[in-house]
Design a binder for this molecule. Structure first.
Ligand SMILES: [Zn+2]
Length: 218
């Protein structure tokens, strides 16, 4: 970086507040109609140094999140990535996920990309269900010649079908994350894939961690 781009953090003493830093981020983004702002863009157009901001909030992405902007890794997410995150949440909670649950683990995508793509959270869920239920269009993924006609990992649509059929409840013991938040569900092969079992609806079942780890070769 050349010295002409050097930025003084603050004139005379008074430390800049978190709010001022975030406000300036939003200002730069808004002035240009951007949903986010990158380090280099900010360095050119912003009032403060990007290193000051990153240091203050832990990381650049953390600052963007706190400013209500989107993080660069949330741009151009595919529909599949957005739907995968919904299925992760649905499986985790054992029920339709709520919008507020996007903000914390196990969600890896915030609300903004859903709103931009589908208009609202409800519309996102609608789009997900339509996509996941559209099983006719599925082709068996990654067949392994000679051994299997299906790949080891079930597709999103297949996992959705299994979980729906089993009502998000463990086939072994009946546990459900909807009733107890400590229950974690897995989609598991009945006849292990390594023993020649295929990745098809009839050979898949929903199991909780406890029941799943009681088995081997899954
Ligand atoms: Zn179980």
């Amino acid at each position: 970086m050349s010295t002409s781009q050097f930025k003084v953090e603050r004139v005379q003493g008074a430390p800049v507040s978190d709010a001022e830093l975030l406000e300036d981020l939003v200002l730069v983004a808004r002035d240009h109609g951007w949903p986010t702002v990158g380090l280099r863009q900010y360095e050119k157009l912003g009032k403060f140094s990007h290193t000051t901001i990153s240091r203050r909030f832990g990381s650049w992405n953390k600052a963007l999140q706190l400013a209500g902007l989107i993080t660069s890794n949330e741009i151009n997410l595919s529909d599949e990535a957005l739907f995968e995150n919904i299925l992760v949440l649905w499986q985790h909670f054992g029920r339709q996920p709520r919008r507020s649950e996007l903000a914390r683990a196990p969600s890896t995508i915030s609300q903004s990309p859903y709103n931009r793509r589908f208009g609202s959270w409800l519309a996102s869920l609608d789009a997900f269900v339509t996509y996941a239920n559209n099983v006719g269009t599925e082709s068996p993924a990654n067949p392994t010649p000679g051994v299997h006609r299906t790949g080891r990992d079930p597709s999103l649509r297949l996992r959705w079908q299994v979980l729906q059929r089993d009502r998000f409840t463990c086939c072994g013991c009946g546990a459900s994350p909807a009733l107890s938040s400590t229950v974690e569900l897995h989609v598991d092969h009945v006849i292990a894939w390594s023993n020649g079992g295929e990745t098809v609806l009839e050979n898949l079942q929903t199991l909780c961690s406890a029941c799943n780890y009681g088995k081997s070769n899954t």
